[in-house]
Ligand binder design. Structure first.
Ligand code: RIB
Ligand code: CA
Length: 328
């Protein structure tokens, strides 16, 4: 008897690793993706929505998939994107790839002129599936913070929240203090982490341990057939060049795919309860996730607000990812 599918909603700022995370989710029988919503982050939100539709064009999306477009800017900070990492389009400059006949390998889709907001989509999903939904956030937490501000009651019907973000015992990837998703909207993250929602954080502590090099990506791409494996090779080229230039080695960190993998198989990580506060005042450490565990007294332990993944079975996570992204 197979276990019932886990119903998930994905909030995303595609972004190359977001795109691979979405494909992983859609190719995993354990998950039923009922909605995907976009948020500003790696790219402006309109581009994120365009990129979402471009990724969905690679496969047959689930019937009835709800799509919403979320926040165009963080709660208070000016938007800082990551196009220097992901390419100007956020997906590794896909226009540069052509078929043999010269036609675009990844045609630009035309998203609907109007889309519901992220909060409207989430509200509909929570009405349909109270107590069943896992929200997987792959970008800044702006949409979730706005939902908490405007209509928090339905969110109590969430089964769980899995968020890629933060850096507990490692340095950040935007500043030494902060990880990108938290850095872009620290006020939203602070609001979300104090909300009491059942949050599992998937921070850089574990996502930086799950990476593929150029050869492993080529093996994945050539080992499979069809548009998805080829997309993995095409879309990651820009990020590999960036990490080679900036970090000295062409590595593709599976930040967002690991958050999806944790939804598929929570045993991939070991979590620890923390009380987490986000720095929202000091410019030098803006977006730092201050996790308090050691000094937690009995009363404070009760106030630990998130479970943070600090250990990962990287080999198993990579195996799950490569098997599911490489098959036809
Ligand atoms: O720090 C990594 C995170 O920031 C990932 O979600 C990546 O897509 C970027 O949004
Ligand atoms: Ca992301």
């Amino acid at each position: 008897m197979t276990a019932p599918k886990q119903r998930v909603v994905i909030d995303t700022d595609p972004g190359v690793d977001d795109a691979l995370a979405i494909l992983l989710a859609l190719r995993s029988p354990e998950l039923e993706v009922v909605a995907i919503t976009t948020v500003c982050g790696n790219v402006p939100v309109e581009q994120a929505t365009q990129n979402l539709f471009r990724v969905l064009g690679l496969l047959k999306p689930p019937a009835g998939l709800l799509i919403g477009q979320g926040a165009a800017k963080p709660l208070r900070q000016p938007l800082q994107t990551a196009t220097q990492v992901h390419g100007a389009d956020g997906l590794g400059e896909l226009d540069s790839f052509r078929n043999q006949d010269g036609s675009p390998r990844y045609p630009r889709p035309k998203p609907p002129r109007t889309l519901p907001t992220a909060q409207e989509v989430w509200g509909e999903c929570l009405r349909r599936y109270p107590g069943e939904l896992t929200l997987i956030t792959l970008g800044p937490l702006t949409n979730l913070a706005i939902a908490l501000e405007t209509d928090p009651a339905p969110l109590r019907q969430l089964r769980s929240v899995i968020s890629m973000g933060g850096a507990i015992s490692v340095t950040g990837n935007v500043t030494p203090a902060a990880e990108f998703n938290i850095y872009v909207d620290p006020h939203a993250a602070q609001r979300v982490f104090q909300s009491g929602l059942p949050i599992t954080l998937v921070p850089l502590d574990v996502t930086t341990k799950v990476a593929l090099n150029r050869n492993e990506i080529q093996t994945l791409a050539t080992g499979g057939s069809g548009p998805v494996p080829r997309f993995v090779a095409d879309a990651t080229g820009q990020v590999l060049s960036y990490t080679e230039r900036v970090e000295g080695a062409p590595l593709f960190h599976l930040h967002d795919p690991l958050a999806v993998a944790v939804a598929i198989d929570p045993s991939l990580v070991q979590t620890v309860p923390f009380h987490v506060e986000v720095e929202t005042e000091d410019q030098a450490s803006m977006g730092k996730t201050r996790a308090d565990r050691g000094s937690l007294g009995r009363a404070q332990k009760a106030s630990s607000n998130i479970q943070a993944a600090l250990k990962v079975d990287a080999a198993r996570a990579l195996k799950l990812f490569t098997e599911r992204l490489s098959r036809k």
